[in-house]
Design a protein around this ligand. Sequence first.
Ligand SMILES: [Cu+2]
Length: 226
Amino acid sequence: MHSKFLPSLVLLLIPHLVNAHYIFDKFFAENIQELKTNIRQPKVVDPLLDVTADDMRCNVNKGLASQTATIPAGSMVGFELDTVIFHPGPAAFYLGKIPEGETAATWDGSGPQWFKIAEWGGKYDPEMWDFEPLNVRKLNTTIPSSTPSGEYLLRVEQIGLLIPLEPQFYISCAQIKVVNGGDGVPASMVAIPGHIQPDDPGLLLDIYHPIAGTTYTVPGPTVWRE
Ligand SMILES: [Cu+2]
């Protein structure tokens, strides 16, 4: 590691020597708190490092989830971590539409079925890039109200940019069933992997050397909300 990164890294890591990573291990919604049984629980706390791997879909899991949560379109959904997000970087929520013949409890996440419904980015700060989803324990948004009814995987992707040129991916999937949906047609549907290229500028940002006047674009497709 290049020594110029060291001071900032040490500051970021000191409070977290015991558990230097984190897992989105709980789901919540308007009437649901700390549900673990609809999440395909990641096997280990370590992040994924290869954006081109199939594991990018839903992480390496202990197994499928035993439950699928029913969520009205237009209502809130979120993920909660086992700690706070302490690695600066962007985050996004995706919905994966379950293909014909599958259910949320069986689908492996393959095919161009995914669309982004929310994202959290960063802004320039002369000291260090300032990312919105930092030091929070929960991320949440609403299911777009025109989302068609049916089963989906809800996927969170938070990208830790603490080590320049070595982005870390923190990913979990929750099994949900959207009810009272609309007739929207999700746009910018993508396959995972394939949703982010390894040379995406949003992965290669050096957060410790901000350049004035630059902006940050969260990796992946544009957000669909109708
Ligand atoms: Cu970590």
